[in-house]
Ligand binder design. Structure first.
Ligand SMILES: *[C@@H]1O[C@H](CO)[C@@H](O)[C@H](O)[C@H]1NC(C)=O
Length: 399
């Protein structure tokens, strides 16, 4: 493990230690809606409350000021971010490159989701943010509750029967979880576009898997006990100072800290886009989300959270967690993956494709160096990913 990896691990541990004492200050950052307005687009902020009390923020670009299409039919699209991220990941490369703006300019009503626990969705009407109960969730709950709640809200506001969906990384996992666990939502998805699709991790090459996989990838261990139900890499002063100092010391360290999760170099990365991203990242997640992913790496299965035999029996009525049955997904779905993705790589995408009986398309980005994060920060992502998405989405619309 290199020094940069140690630095990040240190900031992770230190961040965890201060998670409950110091909180980020949302008034000091440029939020998604301000970011959108700064580029001339209209922006709205909506709050939806889940059945278990989480207040989620949805940002919206209702139309394009360039098209002046506010009175035209504008099909809704929901964009969902990945782990440690938030709605800014679809905005950080600006109007000429980032998916949210390109979709607005293509005539869509663009909604940007924020999962429970990230900087825009850190309130619960029933539970305090400082309680461990607040962090007692994984991407299972984000999929089955948050995404479902956001979809229903958007369809209600826009009076459409279905919407288009695009997600990155964990934003693809939650889509798969929702549509397998609550199959009635299949009909609410006009089409789904999964960037860097993550369900299987058997072949994950990232150092994160190698170092943390055995520590927390199985239930019952001491690390697992320590880590469960806490905030993972919060967006607070200390973590930001570490990131900031790293960035001042050298661009390479800074870029590395971000890219190391993806573990794929930064040949395609747009450095300015990355510095925009860093302003609001890491975005805040529960440790259980990370642990749950590491469990998939260990088990080679796409399945629910593993609480150990005893609790599994109480919760699921069986020793091991139930697997997500991908044959239940009938919404038209397109995958966009890349060879150099160290988290959700080509062999694991092959497994997903095999299990995904109704899959429409398995698109592989032709650029060999394209990595996990390039889907949101690459200089060439417009040609390689975003234009292809819009072309496919348009084929489901009648305009
Ligand atoms: C790189 O990111 C900056 C900052 O958001 C943006 O203005 C620029 O258009 C981006 N360029 C490319 C090619 O993505």
């Amino acid at each position: 493990m290199g020094p940069i990896a140690y630095a990040l691990l240190f900031s992770l541990v230190a961040g965890l230690a201060v998670a409950e004492k110091s909180d980020y200050c949302l008034s000091e950052i440029v939020k998604s809606d301000e970011r959108i307005r700064s580029h001339g687009y209209p922006a709205e902020t909506h709050e939806v409350v889940t059945e278990d009390g989480y207040v989620l923020t949805l940002f919206r670009i209702p139309y394009s000021h360039k098209l002046k299409n506010q009175d035209k039919k504008r099909p809704p699209v929901l964009l969902q971010h990945g782990l440690f991220s938030n709605s800014d990941c679809f905005l950080c490369s600006g109007p000429d490159n980032s998916l949210a703006y390109l979709l607005a300019d293509a005539g869509y009503d663009v909604w940007l989701g924020n999962a429970r626990g990230n900087i825009y969705s850190r309130q619960n009407n029933l539970i305090s943010l400082n309680s461990h109960k607040f962090w007692h969730f994984s991407w299972h709950e984000i999929g089955t509750i948050d995404i479902a709640t956001m979809i229903d809200y958007i369809l209600d506001v826009t009076q459409f029967a279905s919407l288009q969906y695009a997600g990155h990384s964990q934003g693809t996992t939650v889509y798969l979880v929702l549509l397998t666990e609550r199959p009635e939502y299949n009909k609410k998805i006009k089409s789904g576009h999964l960037l860097a699709p993550c369900a299987f991790f058997e072949h994950g090459r990232s150092f994160v898997f190698r170092t943390l996989g055995s520590l927390v990838g199985e239930p019952g261990g001491i690390w697992n006990q320590l880590m469960v139900d806490t905030e993972l890499i919060p967006h607070n002063n200390l973590v930001n100072r570490v990131v900031d100092n790293g960035c001042h010391m050298s661009d390479t360290i800074c870029n590395n800290a971000f890219i190391m999760f993806a573990n794929g170099g930064y040949e395609n990365a747009n450095a300015s886009s990355m510095s925009v991203l860093i302003e609001t990242h890491p975005g805040g997640s529960s440790s259980n989300q990370g642990i749950h992913f590491l469990q998939l790496y260990k088990s080679h299965e796409f399945r629910q959270y593993d609480w150990g035999t005893k609790k599994n029996n109480e919760l699921y009525g069986q020793d091991t967690p139930p697997v997500y049955d991908l044959s239940k997904i009938t919404a038209p779905t397109h995958l966009y993956s890349s060879t150099n993705d160290a988290l959700c790589g080509p062999e694991d995408v092959d497994t997903l494709v095999r299990e995904f009986t109704h899959l429409v398309e398995d698109y592989r980005v032709p650029v060999q160096s394209f990595n996990h994060l390039d889907f949101i920060i690459a200089r060439n992502m417009k040609q390689e990913v975003n234009d292809p998405i819009i072309k496919r989405m348009n084929s489901y619309e009648d305009f």
